[in-house]
Write a protein that binds this ligand. Structure first.
Ligand SMILES: [Zn+2]
Ligand SMILES: [Zn+2]
Length: 355
């Protein structure tokens, strides 16, 4: 089968023929019908993460936002059959450790990150293997297209888990979102759907216009203002109740913490770049003085996807609205390269795997 393989950091992915996966007894093989392209792929492609012992190895098939059709199941699998349509979370749990059993499969003791580990080859390929498929695969409602699910990707689940499970967001709260790439835009749409007022911050006009369309109450162009936290305070009165760094740069992280009101909560969603290497300086005395919370959050337990799917079914969120481009597998490298200078907007999805 065809797959896009990481052969050298920062160089075009190699489109090669690789062996088709065989299902493990607890696994399934899914023919990929759509797979989102994400900034996490870009980080992996750049070779980032070595500072957190998280660098992707060469030889990896990237791609972690697939949806498609089950084409083979392992001998122990009874709850899924060939032909079922599923989405696959990127953080794969074993379904058996204390975290999985307590509903926190996104931090499984024996988990794998799809498309980031040699044991979990990704979905920029014609097919992908899903281990512990009864725990991990999410069945698609009949009215949800694979492309919409790919757009849901890791961005909506990450934003939703952060806003709904990690933070107890209340209707009427103010949420600031720093960085309006795919993840930030998903956070904007979800925060608005959950009843919050939303301040969207970016340095580019087009994503800010998209953020307005998706429900942002107001937008701040950080390239034209002196002080982002001051602007957020001007809109929200005393600052945001919840603030999200959806980009992962020192400046966005710091702005996010600085724009909170007393007892506010920062959630870190973006991973840092070569410039920060995982380290950002923070005003910890002020955070202590004002009961500020700082949370990390990644992915979402597969067992909670039903909540998001209901929001899609009832039309409160529309991941498909973020899709700005559909590309064949052979174009993935170009689209990753476009991310280097923030030249993409919204979500781009691979929808053709044969060319
Ligand atoms: Zn587990
Ligand atoms: Zn992703």
């Amino acid at each position: 089968m065809r797959a896009a393989v990481l052969e050298a950091y920062g160089e075009p992915l190699s489109i090669e023929s690789v062996p088709e996966p065989e299902p493990e007894p607890h696994g399934a093989v899914v023919e990929v019908e759509a797979c989102g392209i994400c900034r996490s792929d870009w980080h992996a492609w750049q070779g980032h993460g070595e500072w957190a012992d998280d660098q992707v190895s060469l030889g990896q098939v990237l791609g972690h936002e697939p949806a498609g059709r089950v084409v083979a199941v392992g001998e122990d699998v009874t709850r899924l059959s060939v032909g079922d349509r599923v989405a696959v979370p990127f953080n794969l749990g074993d379904g058996a450790c204390p975290h999985c059993l307590n509903g926190h499969g996104n931090v499984c003791d024996d988990g794998h990150a799809l498309g980031f580990e040699m044991d979990a080859q990704g979905a920029f390929a014609e097919a992908v293997h899903v281990p512990h498929v009864e725990y991990n695969a999410v069945e698609l409602p009949s009215n949800v297209a694979p492309e919409e699910m790919a757009a849901l990707g890791c961005r909506y689940v990450t934003a939703f888990h952060a806003l709904s499970h990690r933070v107890d967001l209340a209707a009427g709260d103010w949420v600031a979102v720093h960085g309006c790439g795919g993840l930030g835009l998903a956070a904007v749409q979800l925060a608005a759907a959950l009843g919050a007022g939303v301040v969207a911050v970016d340095v580019r006009e087009e994503p800010l216009a998209l953020a307005s369309d998706l429900g942002a109450t107001t937008t701040v162009d950080a390239s034209t203002v002196d002080d982002v936290p001051d602007e957020v305070a001007a809109v929200t009165g005393d600052g945001a109740h919840v603030s999200v760094d959806a980009l992962g740069r020192a400046e966005t992280c710091r702005n996010s913490v600085d724009c909170l009101r007393t007892r506010g909560t920062h959630v870190q969603l973006g991973l840092t770049t070569e410039a920060e290497r995982g380290e950002v300086s923070l005003p910890i005395d002020a955070m202590t003085r004002w009961d500020i919370s700082f949370l990390g959050s990644r992915g979402m337990p597969p067992t909670r996807y039903d909540e998001l799917l209901r929001m899609m079914e009832t039309g409160r969120i529309d991941p498909g609205a973020l899709v700005t481009r559909r590309v064949p597998l052979s174009a993935v490298s170009d689209r990753l390269a476009a991310m280097s200078d923030y030249g993409t907007r919204g979500v781009e999805v691979v929808t053709e795997f044969g060319r």
